[in-house]
Design a protein. Structure first.
Ligand code: ADP
Ligand code: MG
Ligand code: MG
Ligand code: MG
Length: 417
């Protein structure tokens, strides 16, 4: 394949793919017969579906700028390199929960992967009110496997440090999170937007809320310095494609070695956004009550199944350099270690709740909003949903350590008026 980067289009893509024997064979037939459709709905990249007589693939190509904003905001093509590295690592630990990779081209910043069908983006399913009975178990498995197995609980120090080094160059993607998630919603920033004028007051309050800002900055420092595990980094419900039977996590271009709670918090925070958006999607008052209940139940299920699985993996594998088994051979040692694992999970719960709240706030007061809320046409109704979400999110950030379980979070979410 020729190597110089150029943004591909439906005219040029088949020629490039036809030079890849495995992709060519997978699609079948001649390149001229393949159909190409650009379907990228994300903020950053090009995504094409290419269909041949025998098979179909998805081709994701990075652009040298932020798609949502345009070429005034350059962004390195190398994010595709980190996405591919993360996808490969996730596939080692949770092979059934990510799309399979057919091909990767570093120069073209291009990944050819499995076409997920009839999967839909979870966020769209949540807007329509679809229940996914296996989602909580699948996402819990994905997070437990990827977070535990890429942490120093599972691997020796040298491996952990190599992984930190391998992802350390993904700084510009991390900077997007640092700015858009942890900073801009709390200051006057050009890129911020919210449902105005309805939320002008609360947006101004948040910018003057010193205790809230301090808590968020404490979490930003954690995001900047805590190298616990390889995290997905953008694990919202737009990065999950599923059917009632099958769940896949896509789009790990923000991956780096960071705090585990950032991933778990992204899932919980986005479920809560979906919860508060339901009032905007019901045809008559209360119609979505059973579905609201289902969503909140999922926040509890995700945490319960995740923490159980994480602890199981920890029991099975003590091969990391932290908490070496030889230090805890006596009966008292086993007791102390068991208590320590409980403390570890409690801290991870606190981190999760706080990051979840921060993620909710940025989706309402910052640059990138979510379809759950944006698709509510009546701005007054949308603002009522958003105000409740902001009220809950602020509590989650300020009182993260007071919740002793996700059931208490769900209870508090229901109580917001
Ligand atoms: P971005 O980084 O720009 O957000 P994503 O990886 O999230 O890009 O992909 C954008 C969209 O493309 C997704 O929301 C989904 O609709 C579609 N898509 C991405 N990967 C696949 C896939 N493997 N199979 C089917 N559709 C996909
Ligand atoms: Mg995406
Ligand atoms: Mg997307
Ligand atoms: Mg992305």
């Amino acid at each position: 394949m020729s190597t110089a980067y150029r943004a591909l289009n439906d005219g040029t893509l088949p020629g490039v793919l036809s030079e890849l024997p495995n992709v060519r064979d997978f699609l079948g037939g001649a390149a001229e017969t393949w159909t190409v459709e650009e379907v990228g709905d994300g903020n950053l990249n090009l995504v094409f579906i290419v269909k041949g007589p025998q098979g179909a693939v998805v081709v994701k190509q990075a652009l040298p700028y932020v798609r949502l904003v345009g070429d005034s905001w350059p962004l390195p093509l190398e994010r595709s390199y980190y996405e591919h590295m993360a996808l490969s690592e996730q596939a080692r630990h949770a092979p059934r929960l990510v799309p399979k990779i057919h091909h990767y081209d570093r120069d073209l910043a291009l990944i050819v992967m499995e076409y997920l069908t009839p999967h839909v983006i979870m966020r769209k399913g949540l807007i329509r009110g679809v229940e996914y009975p296996l989602f909580a178990g699948h996402i819990a498995e994905f997070m437990a496997q990827t977070l535990f197995n890429t942490s120093a609980l599972a691997v020796p120090a040298a491996v952990h440090k190599q992984r930190i080094a391998a992802f350390a160059g993904n700084t510009e993607l991390c900077k997007i999170t640092e700015d858009l998630v942890f900073t801009d919603p709390y200051r006057v920033a050009k890129l911020n937007r919210w449902t105005t004028p309805y939320l002008d007051d609360i947006a101004a309050q948040f910018r003057r809320d010193e205790p809230l800002k301090i808590k968020v900055q404490e979490r930003k420092l954690q995001f900047l310095t805590s190298a616990e595990a390889m995290i997905h980094g953008d694990l919202h419900t737009g990065s999950v494609m599923l059917t009632p039977q099958d769940t896949r996590v896509i789009d790990p271009e923000f991956a780096f070695v960071g705090p585990m709670g950032f991933d778990v918090g992204a899932v919980i925070g986005n479920l809560l956004i979906a919860y508060y958006a339901q009032a905007g999607h019901e045809e008559r008052f209360g119609q979505r009550n059973p579905y609201r209940h289902w969503i909140l139940l999922q926040t509890e299920n995700v945490w319960r199944l995740f923490s159980r699985r994480f602890l199981e993996l920890w029991d099975k594998s003590r091969s990391g350099d932290a908490y070496m088994p030889e230090l805890f051979t006596e009966p008292e040692g086993a007791v102390a270690f068991a208590a320590e694992k409980q403390r570890f999970m409690r801290k991870l719960l606190t981190d999760t709740i706080s990051f979840a709240g921060i993620k909710m706030i940025r989706r309402i007061l910052g640059l990138a909003h979510t379809e759950d809320l944006e698709s509510i046409k009546d701005p007054a109704l949308r603002a009522r949903c958003e105000r409740k979400a902001l009220t809950m999110a602020r509590r989650m950030v300020l009182d993260a350590d007071r919740f002793t379980g996700m059931n208490e979070v769900a209870h508090a979410a229901r109580a917001v008026l």
